[in-house]
Every structure is written in structure tokens, then in C-alpha cells.
Design a protein around this ligand. Structure first.
Ligand SMILES: Nc1ncnc2c1ncn2[C@@H]1O[C@H](COP(=O)(O)OP(=O)(O)OP(=O)(O)O)[C@@H](O)[C@H]1O
Ligand SMILES: [Mg+2]
Length: 382
């Protein structure tokens, strides 16, 4: 339990107690969010302790852990006052889910004390970035959105490069990763938060990157269930998770789309891109949960020969959520130098626009860059 908890960034292990008799004192002395009681060294003492904690600290969420998972055993623990029960050996995901439920269901406690203090933070916002054709600007958006969001001291952002064959987030950030998604997949059976964190490559802006495999032959190692595990774990540890998808609708892409809170469908004001927006939305509309998450983002708005915004919105049958201006020079320089816009050209309109998108996704708006206002300002293009 200790090793598991120490690996989780969002958990602070406040105290450990090896004797049931002293545990109440430990709780009184610290300020707990959750108390964990392992039952197996003395079951009746453990039951008694859980009942005492419940009486003295009625709002305290208690997690009971035992090697015995039979119904009678679980029922006893729950009747004594435990809110959750996990069977040893505890799996990290189950622990994280149980702790989230406990935090959510927590009533206020009037007393001091605890063994584990969670940060109380919610799961990460998961943003999947999906392209309507090659070269439409997904990686530029993923990398720059990640870096700009990382500027806020209250955030920690991870980016997963799911363009498994030809991804280039590492190049865009000028990073030389030691580990990739392939290493994570190879070690999936012993994956814990410490291993996963070691596999991430940190950029100077604070963004953490989990890169695509270096060797193309390793792509086959990564299965959708691996990704599901990785996203689940990172969600509990980061405030934002950005997924740069491939354009092939692979099994891992579909998993990413399903697990995302928001899907940014990137398009440009030209025919083949808009046509693919319609096709993609048609495919995704088979699943209500997916369709409602799609936000169309127009990239490179303002280049010559653009189809008009009005026509584009008529074609796709949905309002455009955000528009990013065309700025080939700044973008190309930033990309070739491997320096994100927030460092390379923080004053550029293209950076400001992506930063505004980040704010909007977080439910914040500076009043200048709300989607509707931005849309109006760009109407003048055509
Ligand atoms: N707003 C923009 N203004 C000008 N150029 C841009 C803009 N956004 C992206 N680009 C340029 O478009 C090119 C393709 O961008 P990017 O690699 O981000 O697209 P992608 O959708 O990830 O491509 P791929 O299909 O290869 O994954 C890059 O050269 C990039 O500099
Ligand atoms: Mg790309």
C-alpha cells in the first residue's frame, strides 16, 4: 500500500501506523482526507477501530483493505463504517478509483487527523486532437496548447503522441526521449505511477511528453487496452491530458476518442478538409457520447483562397468553435527550431489564439478571445 501510494503524485502519505491502538491518535494529530485500514493482522481490532473512527469522525472516509474478499468479510467492514473495500494485492487503478469516490463522497469532518491527504483535485481534462486530413496542424496545436496550458502554475499537462508511426511531437519540442509508449506497453504488467512518470519526458515549459515509439516495428506492441490504462493513470495525476491522434482511426485512436472529454477536430477552409469534417462527424455521430464532444477548430484562417466561414459552417452543419490565424513564418520557425510558440513568439496572434483556446477549454475566458467574439472578428476575412 505504501509503495503504491508513494507513486501517486496527487496523494500525500501523511502518516503510517503499525498498531491499531495508536491509529486514532494519528488521525487526531493530522488532517486526513482519507484513512486506510488494513484488516489482516487482527480482524476484530480492525473492525473495532473502524467503528471508533466512524463515531469520533463521522465524515471521515475509510478505505478497508484485506486479503480476504468474501462477501461476509466485506459486509462486516462496511457495516463497521468503511466506505470502500479493496482486496490485496491492490491494483493501482482500483485504488485511484476508490480514492476518487471517497473524495467525492466526503462530508465535512469536524476533527483533525488523517493518514492520507489527497489534493482533492478532479480528474484531468482529456483533449483529443483529431485531423481532417494530413498536415492540417494537429501536432502544432497539440504541442502549443500543451505548452501554453503548462504556464499556469495550477496546471500540470501531459501530451501523448498517438501518431504511432509518423508522430513528431518530440521533434516539435526538440526533446530526445529515453522512453516511449513502447516501453510502457512492454512493462504494462508492472506499470505503476513511478514507472509511468519516469517514462515521460519533461519540456522546459513544464509539459510532460509520452512519445510515440522510436522504432516503427514497435507500433504493434501498443494495444488499445494499454492506452486505456495509461490514460486512466495519467488522468489521476495531471490536470490536462492532450492526445495527438493519427489520421488512421486506429484502435488506439478510437480508445483516445472515447476517453476524451473534448475532441478538437482540426480543419482548414478548403474542400477536402471540410469534406472530411463532414465524413468524420457522420462516423462519430453513430455514438452520441462521441458526437457531443466534437468541437471544430479551423486552422490557418486568413490564407488566400479560403472558402468563406459562412459556407464552411453551412457545409459542416455546425458552428466553428475556434479559429487560429494563418502565420506560416512564425509557425515554421518555431517548428524548425523546436521551440514552442509560448517561448518563440508569445506575442504572435497565432500564439494568442491558441492560448485563448486553452482558456476556453478550461472554462476561463479573458473576454477577448471567447469563441463567438473571435468568430465575429474573423468574419471580415471573406
Ligand atoms: N496556424 C498556422 N499557420 C501557418 N502554418 C501552420 C499553422 N499551423 C500549422 N502550420 C504548419 O502546417 C504544417 C503542418 O502542421 P502539423 O505538423 O502541425 O500538422 P499535422 O496535422 O500534425 O500533420 P500530420 O498529418 O503530418 O500529422 C507545419 O509546417 C506547420 O508549421
Ligand atoms: Mg502531426
Amino acid at each position: 500500500m505504501r509503495n503504491l501510494l508513494l507513486g501517486v503524485e496527487t496523494v500525500w502519505l501523511e502518516a503510517e501506523c503499525s498498531r491499531y491502538e495508536f491509529f486514532l491518535d494519528v488521525i487526531r494529530q493530522s488532517n486526513p482526507d482519507i484513512a486506510i485500514v488494513t484488516l489482516d493482522s487482527d480482524h476484530s481490532k480492525a473492525m473495532q477501530l473502524i467503528a471508533q473512527i466512524t463515531t469520533e469522525f463521522p465524515g471521515m472516509p475509510i478505505l478497508a483493505v484485506s486479503g480476504r474478499g468474501d462477501g461476509q468479510h466485506i459486509l462486516q467492514a462496511l457495516r463497521s463504517g468503511a466506505k470502500e473495500f479493496l482486496t490485496q494485492p491492490v491494483v493501482l487503478e482500483e485504488l485511484m478509483t476508490a480514492m476518487q469516490r471517497l473524495r467525492r463522497g466526503r462530508t465535512t469532518t469536524t476533527a483533525d487527523g488523517s493518514i492520507v491527504s489527497g489534493s482533492g483535485k478532479a480528474d484531468a481534462i482529456v483533449v483529443a486532437i483529431l485531423g481532417s486530413r494530413g498536415g492540417v496542424g494537429c501536432t502544432s496545436l497539440a504541442v502549443n496548447l500543451g505548452c501554453t496550458l503548462s504556464q499556469d502554475p495550477g496546471t500540470n499537462v501531459a501530451l501523448i503522441d498517438l501518431d504511432l508511426a509518423l508522430g513528431d511531437t518530440d521533434v516539435a519540442l526538440d526533446l530526445m526521449p529515453d522512453y516511449t509508449l513502447a516501453d510502457v506497453a512492454l512493462n504494462i504488467d508492472r506499470l505503476d505511477m513511478q514507472f509511468l512518470r519516469r517514462s515521460l519526458c519533461k519540456h522546459a515549459t513544464g509539459l510532460s511528453l509520452l512519445p510515440h515509439p522510436q522504432q516503427m516495428e514497435d507500433i504493434g506492441l501498443i494495444r488499445d487496452e494499454h492506452l486505456q490504462r495509461v490514460i486512466g493513470l495519467l488522468k489521476a495525476s495531471f490536470s490536462h491530458l492532450i492526445l495527438d491522434l493519427s489520421k488512421s482511426f486506429t484502435a488506439t485512436d478510437l480508445t483516445a476518442l472515447r476517453m476524451a472529454d473534448v475532441i478538437l477536430l482540426v480543419a482548414q477552409l478548403e474542400l477536402s478538409s471540410l469534406r472530411n469534417v463532414v465524413r468524420t462527424m457522420l462516423t462519430l455521430s453513430a455514438d452520441d457520447a462521441l458526437a457531443s464532444k466534437v468541437h471544430v477548430v479551423l486552422n490557418r484562417v486568413g490564407s488566400e483562397c479560403d472558402i468563406s466561414l459562412k459556407k464552411a459552417e453551412e457545409t459542416i452543419g455546425k458552428p466553428v468553435y475556434w479559429q487560429i490565424p494563418n502565420d506560416p513564418r512564425t509557425m515554421m520557425e518555431s517548428r524548425n527550431e523546436g521551440v514552442p510558440l509560448v517561448q518563440h513568439a508569445p506575442r504572435s496572434k497565432v500564439h494568442q489564439s491558441i492560448a485563448g483556446l486553452g482558456q476556453a477549454l478550461c472554462g476561463k475566458s479573458n473576454g477577448k478571445a471567447t469563441p463567438s467574439k473571435l468568430k465575429r472578428s474573423f468574419f471580415s476575412f471573406k
